[in-house]
Design a protein around this ligand. Structure first.
Ligand SMILES: NC(=O)c1ccc[n+]([C@@H]2O[C@H](COP(=O)([O-])OP(=O)(O)OC[C@H]3O[C@@H](n4cnc5c(N)ncnc54)[C@H](OP(=O)(O)O)[C@@H]3O)[C@@H](O)[C@H]2O)c1
Length: 311
């Protein structure tokens, strides 16, 4: 079975096509014939070995990739929400050779749901992992209708979904953008757009002098963004930052792997894509053989929409 991964951690050039065994299928699991796998920032860290210590699998190869779309090839006992041949999307928690960049993939059934209507595999693959993370971040912060949420990295995949889901939840959204991304971020639904940068917290405070009720930090600016939030407000972080313990801020490190089997949430996200609440954004596709080029591109920054590998 073809996969794109590494046998030694390294730069983008370490990625190559590998021959991996088909994964065994157990009860409650689904075998996918993967057609599309997204390239997320975390994949570049995985490829470089940043997670080697916490991955219990110490033998190569390592296959990155956290969301996929394709067709159901086989169902394990007890999976009754899908049928063979269904077009689906799924969230992957990678470990060792088990990652999204492979044509044969077995996932827990509850990590797989039908793809949005009319979305091909490439478009569908861009939804599950980042939208589920965005949903989880919002659920952790638990703001009420009419409260104000700030979103940094709003032009990105995670940030964009936070903006759209927050608007659907009835929140007021202030989002950051580079000048070139302002229209994009407004189109996603932001009520107020401020210029991105190290001083983004001051710019948010200019608009909301009492501070915002919550903030989702998709740009991973950590301590720099905290001053935007009112005393006692909520902050969702996506790379483990736990805050500075000041002003009663409630900081929620948000890890998608904790909700990767929340099928009801994934189904709601599919429905919201069907309804046009969520926009599937594809930047460019690459055949899996060119995974290294996709990694170089995402590492340079400035990609809007997701890069997708096709199998
Ligand atoms: N913990 C989890 O479970 C989880 C799940 C999903 C995502 N994440 C993490 O969330 C982060 C965002 O992911 P993503 O897929 O949304 O990435 P993305 O699509 O690249 O979006 C990040 C956005 O932030 C901007 N940005 C980066 N550095 C910035 C800075 N210093 N100041 C202002 N803006 C900055 C980027 O702009 P440029 O492109 O111009 O740099 C981009 O618009 C990543 O670190 C990812 O690993 C974590």
């Amino acid at each position: 079975m073809r996969a794109a991964g590494v046998t030694e951690f390294g730069g983008a050039e370490a990625l190559r096509i590998l021959d991996v065994p088909a994964e065994p299928l157990g009860p409650g699991e689904v075998r996918l014939r993967v057609a599309a796998a997204t390239v997320n920032p975390t994949d570049t860290h995985a490829r470089a070995g940043a997670y080697a210590d916490r991955d219990p699998v110490k033998t190569p190869p390592w296959v990155p990739g956290m969301d996929v779309a394709g067709v159901v090839a086989e169902l394990g006992d007890g999976v009754d929400h899908l049928a063979v041949g269904d077009e689906v999307m799924g969230v992957v928690v990678p470990t060792g050779a088990h990652g999204g960049y492979r044509e044969d993939l077995v996932l827990p059934g509850d990590s797989v749901v039908r793809a949005p209507k009319g979305a091909d595999a490439v478009a569908a693959s861009t939804l599950p992992m980042n939208a589920l993370t965005a949903r989880f971040a919002l659920d952790l912060m638990a703001l009420g209708r009419g409260q104000v949420l700030a979103v940094t990295g709003a032009a990105g995949a995670f940030g964009g979904y936070v903006v759209q889901l927050a608007k659907a939840d009835g929140l007021t959204v202030v989002a950051d953008a580079a000048e070139a991304d302002e229209d994009l971020v407004r189109t996603l639904g932001a009520d107020v757009v401020v210029r991105r940068g190290d001083d983004v917290a001051a710019r948010i405070r200019e608009q909301f002098p009492d501070g915002v009720d919550g903030l989702a930090d998709g740009s991973v600016q950590d301590a720099l963004v905290l001053p935007a939030v009112r005393d006692g407000g909520a902050v969702a972080t996506v790379r483990g930052y736990r805050g500075d313990g000041q002003r009663g801020l409630r900081v929620f490190p948000t890890l998608v792997r904790r909700v990767a089997q929340d099928r009801a949430a994934l189904d709601r996200l599919r429905q919201q894509a069907d309804d046009g609440v969520l926009t599937l954004r594809v930047a460019r596709t690459f055949p899996a053989e060119q995974a290294a080029d996709a990694h170089r591109l995402i590492e340079r920054g400035g990609v809007r929409g997701r890069l997708v590998l096709t199998f």
